[in-house]
Design a protein around this ligand. Structure first.
Ligand code: ATP
Length: 236
């Protein structure tokens, strides 16, 4: 059974038909990448899965449960966390305060403090900067913090929207390493990326979106070797 199964969803912004019969599945432990050009519908897919918007038709099943109509605030408790595009860390709060906020669904207690320590072990850079204001960290560090904050809700499934966006090339590798480290912790990842090259390097499988539709679904390896994908998305 897939951990996440999305079947024939159709999402709209008013009259704009942004997702057209999108179907995909994600198995436990996988990194699955959704790639595509600007406006293809990648973010809308994550917004729909995470309950920020509802699809008009189709179904979304997570861990055997129908979450098609669940709202965004219910999903962290079910084990789904979203890191939105643009990171959204609280610039005027410190690293440790941002992490605490990520555990907002849970009580502040010893378990939470232990989890913060675990986060600092996973991401030593955050541990060195506990008291630094998030807004003064580099883009790559802020992305790491945004991911760390999402992990504080103890998700089984992490949805990442364009984590490499706006980062200097030298920082991009670090972000993708972070994502692989998250996978090693046993967390399943759906990764939306314009950087198809990196996204297909670390993923098991991928889907290509175009104008709101999934046009190719395959293993990441086959996608990397697909001439059409290479031409359009990998610049080869
Ligand atoms: P990008 O990489 O540029 O973020 P994307 O693949 O994530 O692109 P979406 O943001 O999902 O694409 O957009 C899909 C379509 O929906 C686009 O045509 C976009 O213009 C439209 N759209 C997105 N957000 C809204 C909105 N709030 N109101 C109206 N239309 C929207």
């Amino acid at each position: 059974m897939a951990l996440l199964e999305v079947k024939n969803i159709n999402s709209y912004y008013g009259n704009i038909h942004a997702l057209k019969d999108i179907s995909f599945e994600v198995h436990e432990g996988e990194i699955v990448s959704l790639i595509g050009a600007n406006g293809a519908g990648k973010s809308t897919t994550l917004r729909t899965v995470s309950g920020l918007m509802n699809s008009r038709t189709g179904s979304i099943t997570y861990n055997g449960e129908d979450i098609s109509r669940a709202s965004a605030d219910e999903l962290p408790n079910k084990g789904i966390a979203l890191v939105p595009e643009g990171r959204g860390v609280f610039a005027s709060l410190t690293v440790s305060e941002n992490l605490e906020l990520g555990a907002y669904t849970r009580k502040a207690n010893k378990a939470m403090r232990d989890d913060m320590e675990a986060m600092y072990e996973l991401f030593p850079r955050l541990g060195e900067r506990k008291k630094q204001l998030a807004g003064t960290m580099s883009g790559g560090e802020q992305q790491m913090l945004a991911i760390g904050r999402a992990l504080m809700s103890k998700p089984k499934l992490l949805l990442l929207d364009e984590p490499s966006m706006g980062l200097a090339p030298v920082l991009v590798d670090g972000v993708f390493e972070t994502i692989q480290r998250v996978q090693k912790e046993g967390i399943t990842v759906v990764l939306v990326e314009q950087n198809a090259h990196m996204a297909l390097q670390i993923a098991e499988r991928g889907y290509v979106l175009q104008s709101g539709e999934i046009v190719i679904a395959d293993s990441a390896e086959n996608l990397r070797n697909d001439p059409a994908v290479q031409r359009t998305y990998l610049g080869i």
